[in-house]
Ligand binder design. Structure first.
Ligand SMILES: Cc1cc2nc3c(=O)[nH]c(=O)nc-3n(C[C@H](O)[C@H](O)[C@H](O)COP(=O)(O)OP(=O)(O)OC[C@H]3O[C@@H](n4cnc5c(N)ncnc54)[C@H](O)[C@@H]3O)c2cc1C
Length: 287
């Protein structure tokens, strides 16, 4: 029997005061699909779990200039949102491939990025969509670009006293098309061997802006900046896309490793093959 206290505050102020009271002995819990698995596997629990599920006001997806996604939006909400499917397609593809319907019904977007696994399925899409993470603490709110959010495997910039309240995606992303590929052994209940997200904009047939994000390609989810730079200003043709794939899969962009789920050479081949495919799909989805 693993012993811990469970608290369910009704507003953010109460969350802050509990975080202050218990400090390092407390952990936040949203859907619990990472937290509870970790407690079970390590047979260790924090003194108190502070549930965010009473904060119903953090459960939303809306467009108001920018796109606003509340921390407690579940993957199922993202999957069922016409707005996300139509305008943030890579995020729809990431969220809808997580676990199973049962997992997606409770697991949240903030939980996915705060857990900060290199394989997080919404991390690639959010990197490609230039998301920002809103964190609130007793001293106020700060906004961190998702490119600076992950500091290591299972580590983020979040301070012990802070709560992620929203993921914001800039309005300009409505002019981009986007796509995400999760390479995995099975269609459900499987983490990615590697994940590739691409968003881009075209000016006639020229790529005017591109973002490429990779998961399980480094200790954290990353952007493949060298491949993006190569694409920008180039025509959308097969040779250009193939070279972008090669650059993205190279050590200029990632630090691939062998693991139980896949070997480095295989991950490199998938990245090389799928960067061009995702770029084409993203281009087809503009507007
Ligand atoms: C069977 C199964 C299959 C899975 N399949 C996948 C998969 O295919 N792809 C994938 O990416 N993941 C997968 N996961 C992992 C998990 O479901 C996701 O990472 C999920 O999004 C976590 O969300 P949660 O709300 O359950 O987080 P929780 O477990 O509640 O929390 C995770 C972490 O985030 C912190 N946290 C949560 N919310 C906040 C907040 N608002 N502010 C600050 N910190 C916060 C918690 O303290 C904890 O450290 C799977 C898990 C299971 C059990």
């Amino acid at each position: 029997m693993i012993d811990y206290d469970y608290r369910k505050p009704g507003n953010l102020e109460e969350v802050f005061s509990l975080l202050k009271e218990y400090g390092p002995h407390a952990a936040l819990i949203a859907g619990g699909t990472d937290v509870m698995v970790k407690i079970r596997n390590t047979r260790k629990a924090p003194e108190v779990l502070i549930s965010l599920r009473g904060l119903k006001e953090l459960s939303y997806i809306r467009k108001n200039g920018d796109y606003h996604i509340g921390a407690l939006a579940t993957h199922r909400m993202l999957e069922q949102s016409d707005l996300v499917q139509r305008e943030l397609t890579a995020l729809y593809e990431g969220a809808s491939r997580i676990g199973s319907v049962q997992v997606r019904n409770v697991a949240t977007i903030a939980g996915n990025i705060c857990n900060a696994a290199p394989s997080a399925d919404t991390a690639g899409p959010l990197l490609a969509l230039d998301a920002q993470v809103l964190l609130q603490g007793p001293e106020g709110e700060r906004r961190v670009p998702i490119t600076e959010f992950f500091t290591g495997t299972y580590k983020t910039v979040r301070k012990e006293t802070e709560v992620v309240t929203e993921i914001r995606i800039p309005a300009e992303m409505e002019r981009f098309g986007s796509a995400y590929w999760k390479q995995s052994r099975r269609k459900a209940m499987n983490l990615p061997i590697v994940g590739i997200a691409v968003s881009l904009r075209l000016d006639n047939a020229t790529i005017s802006d591109a973002r490429i994000a990779l998961t399980v390609a480094a200790p954290t989810p990353i952007r493949a900046y060298k491949a993006e730079e190569f694409l920008t200003g180039k025509p959308m043709d097969e040779a250009v896309l193939a070279e972008a794939g090669r650059i993205a899969a190279s050590t200029d962009c990632c630090t691939l490793r062998d693991s139980l789920r896949g070997e480095a050479w295989y991950r490199a081949e998938i990245i090389e093959a799928y960067v061009p495919r995702m770029a084409k799909l993203a281009a087809e989805r503009i507007n």
